[in-house]
Design a protein around this ligand. Structure first.
Ligand SMILES: Cc1cc2nc3c(=O)[nH]c(=O)nc-3n(C[C@H](O)[C@H](O)[C@H](O)COP(=O)(O)OP(=O)(O)OC[C@H]3O[C@@H](n4cnc5c(N)ncnc54)[C@H](O)[C@@H]3O)c2cc1C
Length: 534
């Protein structure tokens, strides 16, 4: 296969490249996809909105992953997590994810990743420290010969006359220039959507991949499972929940906060009734305090900066929406190669639905990190195979709509205004966590109004933000449409007007469409065919 090549571009495009596989997004999913495609002999370009190694949800965090060598451990994990999936996960995908995650984590060790060593001399491999994990992945992809385009968000896909995806176009922030890559296949690994809630690592996660995939004809699944809120000190963006296991929650007057389900729901209930919640991590003993500080150092930085001792002093807590990053909604996969149903297009990591492993619950706490590794590896390998069959010299067209090519024209709308309008539906727990049928209908109407405007009129503002605003609006509409199709409480889809789980609704909900958004249940939950792990 050929190395990526550059040649003069069409009007208005400064950088034009050809490659076999183009990977969009350079978090764990994208970097594993790029490595797997290189292993399969493909020339690979990897474009990221930020800097590969520091961008995305994993890079600033500490990430637990599934590292289970023993089949008995894997069976025990499935047995433990299965009830929480509420009947919507897929055992074969869970098994595949654990197997590939185990082998690829071992590969990291073989390549020299410095896993911590315990007192018996054993390496501990079930935890990947985000900053050095992603720095290591950057080194591996560069050593493997992947061409990396940093600070170069993709904005739209390119398709041939048959609708086969054959590249993407985007914008290089540092060069202030447009880029276009023709490719034999494309992997979307652009992460989830957290609606610019200021949760750590999520500033780049605006659902761009969903919008690009939908414009090519891909379908979403599980978008109703998107209302995960992370707990953080009110003055901080670090939403790691672990330290809050040892928290006492109180109101302003010192009275205890009455539990209302999980901790985030308890805090949200108090916020909705207009009360501030304070936390003190005073349930941790001395040994635990030391361990927490050592294992989660980034959680304590915001306290140290303000001179607060969170173990002895109370502090106000806030919630930050993590949307589909710790929810499970995303692009539907049609088989175990991570195909999307659109020829030439694959999806991996948080860009893909994680219902396969998490069902109706969050996949954070190990499964998501392993899913990113597994689907990255599978999609990269499959994209390399697909690229071998792709024709050369095809005429391509760019298919981006809202935010790039308004249908009518007229006066411009500020992209930041669109972002605020979408956030008004998605960020407040009273709308997105405690859902009701009437509330969802009202959100749908307001979001439809936003979409009508942005599809027709140009958006003004930062050249990247204009497309992010459109992606966030599209994502919010699929979320609302899917939640309306699930009039029950199941996992992280909470309906205050339908508090019970309805056994007849144990099926997935697909969604899609742009001008006219649709959502509908599918009768079967299993999409997996038997396959050999990559
Ligand atoms: C605070 C926090 C803690 C977590 N802890 C855990 C844990 O302990 N265990 C666990 O299993 N999971 C955890 N998760 C979830 C885990 O971080 C994600 O599942 C994982 O990062 C997904 O990897 P990804 O590569 O799909 O996405 P990301 O790591 O988010 O990477 C996406 C990449 O795509 C890029 N991108 C976005 N848009 C574009 C575009 N238009 N063009 C090009 N590039 C683009 C971004 O810049 C980014 O680099 C946590 C999440 C959060 C927020």
């Amino acid at each position: 296969m050929t190395a990526p090549v550059a040649h003069p571009g069409p009007d208005g495009v400064d950088l034009v490249l050809d490659t076999d596989v183009l990977v969009l997004g350079g978090g764990p999913a994208g970097t594993w996809a790029a490595l797997a495609a290189r292993e399969a002999g493909a020339a690979v370009i990897l474009a990221d909105k930020g800097y590969v190694g520091t961008s995305g949800a994993t890079a600033p965090s500490n990430t637990g992953a599934l590292y289970l060598p023993d089949p008995a451990q894997r069976a025990a994990l499935i047995a433990k997590r299965w009830p929480g999936t509420h009947g919507l996960a897929d055992r074969a995908w869970l098994e595949r994810t654990m197997e590939i995650s185990f082998r690829r984590i071992d590969q990291l060790a073989d390549k020299g990743y410095p896993f911590p060593v315990d007192e018996t001399g054993q390496t501990y491999r079930a935890n990947l420290r985000g900053p050095d994990y992603m720095r290591f992945m950057r080194k591996l992809v560069l050593e493997a010969g992947v061409r990396v385009l940093d600070h170069s968000p993709a904005q739209e896909l390119l398709v041939d006359g048959e609708g086969t995806v054959a590249g993407a176009a985007g914008y290089s922030r540092q060069q202030n220039q447009r880029w276009r890559v023709r490719a034999g296949a494309v992997v979307i690994a652009t992460g989830g959507c957290a609606f610019l809630s200021k949760a750590l690592g999520c500033n780049v996660l605006t659902g761009d991949g969903y919008l690009m995939a939908a414009e090519a004809g891909a379908v979403m699944s599980g978008m109703e499972f998107s209302s995960v809120y992370g707990i953080a000190a009110a003055h901080a963006s670090v939403t790691k929940g672990l330290p809050f296991f040892w928290a006492t929650l109180t109101h302003e007057d010192g009275s205890p906060v009455e539990p209302k389900g999980d901790r985030a729901t308890t805090i949200a209930s108090a916020h909705v009734s207009g009360r501030t919640v304070y936390a003190k991590l005073d349930k941790a003993d001395e040994a635990m305090r030391g361990w927490l500080r050592r294992s989660q150092p980034n959680c304590f930085l915001p306290f140290d900066r303000l001179g607060i001792d969170p173990f002895t002093q109370r502090f106000p807590v806030g919630l930050r929406l993590e949307g589909t990053v710790r929810g499970t909604g995303g692009i539907r996969l049609t088989d175990e190669t991570c195909a999307t149903g659109v020829p030439g297009l694959y999806a991996a990591g948080d860009a893909a639905t994680r219902e396969e492993i998490g069902g109706a619950s969050t996949g954070a706490g190990g499964p998501n990190a392993s899913w990113a590794i597994a689907t990255g590896a599978l999609s990269g390998a499959a994209a390399a195979v697909f690229a071998r069959t792709a024709g050369t010299g095809r005429a391509l067209r760019a298919i981006g709509g809202a935010g790039l090519r308004p249908s009518d024209g007229g006066s411009a709308i500020a992209a930041d205004e669109v972002v605020r309008a979408v956030q008004a539906e998605m960020l407040p727990p009273e709308r997105n966590l405690f859902r009701t049928g009437a509330g969802l209908d009202a959100s749908r109407d307001r979001l439809d109004g936003v979409w009508t405007e942005i599809a027709a009129r140009p958006l003004s503002g930062d050249p990247v933000r204009v497309r992010e605003a459109a992606a966030m609006a599209a994502t919010a509409r699929w979320i609302v449409a899917s939640a309306r199709q699930r009039p029950e409480t199941r996992g992280i889809n909470r309906r205050t007007d339908r508090p019970l789980t309805d056994p007849d609704q144990a099926r997935r909900i697909l969604s899609g469409g742009l001008g006219r958004v649709w959502a509908r249940p599918v009768p079967e939950t299993t999409v997996t065919r038997s396959g050999v792990p990559s």
